[in-house]
Design a binder for this molecule. Structure first.
Ligand SMILES: Nc1ncnc2c1ncn2[C@@H]1O[C@H](COP(=O)(O)OP(=O)(O)OP(=O)(O)O)[C@@H](O)[C@H]1O
Length: 331
């Protein structure tokens, strides 16, 4: 029996660490995370506010600024580790190979420039050779059409666009260079639910048409459920779990994932809100053992002392939890 070789990941992240050196102490924002993003995959990244999601996104783009620094790990894109790359080399990769729709992007559009000119600027900034303006404009306009906007939208200024249109314009800017990896940091926040769905559908459709690999960052597991192939759950700068979307809802490995799923609003318990008791730890002084142990309903003695390893406990399901370590030992 022959098995087809599995494709090379579009992006491989290994033991990535980022710290912010603030006057109040060192913030350990990303504490050693590892994952592979496969070509054409949609990978979700959820977690509470402050769990380090945006820091991961910025690190992957090599855009961490002072007082922050990548303190360890590898980011492998087409076999090249981006971490030690000189900024000059990185400039040739950003937008062309890996692009980001930053958090709040739609409010950072230049208010005095037409939308198509903003796309042309990005294309010009990252072009390796001089391209005639007419061709750049054509590419900008087709990027707008690809995100479901009319070509004429390109002649408009940001204030003439609705929130959903502005966010689509930002997506057009990110995909105009046809990168292999796109990171969308909370692309639907500040939009109403109907427009959220439309923007998410646009990202999914574009991903399918372009075959690009996408990392979607957000809070809303429900919205993610309908849009991603696999979901990763971040807690206090680490990955608690990464599983295919069906498995994560059907049989989550990590108690934190279970609690996140339980806290999703359900029709049958209208009016009640089930939150997760307690607060995440301060990233300036992390607890010993498992970072989730002070809030974990299934805490065991070992969880207070030893950090659990992040492993593949079931086929394609990764987690860091001693509950499975025991079973692992028995197996
Ligand atoms: N420029 C900075 N300087 C100092 N600390 C920072 C900086 N940026 C982020 N942090 C800290 O790093 C930690 C992770 O922040 P990050 O923004 O990555 O989290 P997040 O999960 O994206 O949160 P949110 O969902 O609210 O965007 C937080 O404790 C935050 O206060």
């Amino acid at each position: 029996m022959s098995t087809a070789p599995s494709p090379e990941p579009a992006l491989s992240v290994r033991d990535l660490r980022v710290q912010y050196y603030t006057d109040a102490g060192v913030v350990q924002a990303v504490n050693g995370i590892s994952f592979d993003l496969m070509p054409g995959e949609r990978l979700g990244l959820v977690g509470e506010s402050g769990s380090g999601k945006s820091t991961v996104a910025l690190a992957l783009m090599r855009m961490i600024r002072k007082p922050g620094r990548i303190t360890g790990g590898q980011i492998l894109l087409n076999g090249t580790d981006l971490v030690p790359l000189a900024e000059r080399a990185m400039r040739g990769i950003r937008a062309r190979e890996i692009a980001m729709i930053p958090q709040g992007a739609m409010n950072s559009l230049n208010p005095v420039a037409r939308i198509e000119d903003q796309i042309v600027d990005t294309l010009e900034d990252h072009a390796t050779q001089r391209v005639p303006k007419k061709e750049l404009l054509d590419r900008a306009r087709s990027a707008l059409v690809s995100v479901g906007l009319r070509q004429e939208t390109g002649r408009m200024y940001p204030h003439e666009l609705s929130g959903g249109m502005k966010q689509r314009a930002c997506i057009a800017i990110a995909v105009a260079m046809q990168p292999k990896v796109v990171i969308a940091d909370e692309p639907t926040s500040a939009l109403d639910v109907v427009v959220q769905r439309q923007v998410m559908d646009t990202i999914v459709r574009l991903q399918e048409e372009m075959g690009v690999a996408v990392i979607l960052i957000g809070h809303d597991m429900g919205l993610m459920a309908q849009s991603v192939d696999r979901l990763s759950v971040m807690y206090a700068g680490k990955l608690a779990e990464l599983s295919p979307i069906r498995d994560i809802f059907a049989k989550p490995l990590h108690p934190y994932t279970e609690l996140l799923i339980d806290s999703l609003p359900k029709l049958e318990d209208r009016g009640t809100f089930r939150g997760i008791p307690g607060l995440p730890p301060s990233l300036k002084s992390l607890p010993d053992g498992c970072l989730f142990h002070p809030r974990c309903p299934k805490v065991m003695e070992v969880c207070r002392e030893e950090a659990p390893a992040y492993r593949e406990y079931r086929p394609s399901q990764f987690a860091a939890c001693h509950l499975h370590e025991e079973r692992h030992g028995e197996a």
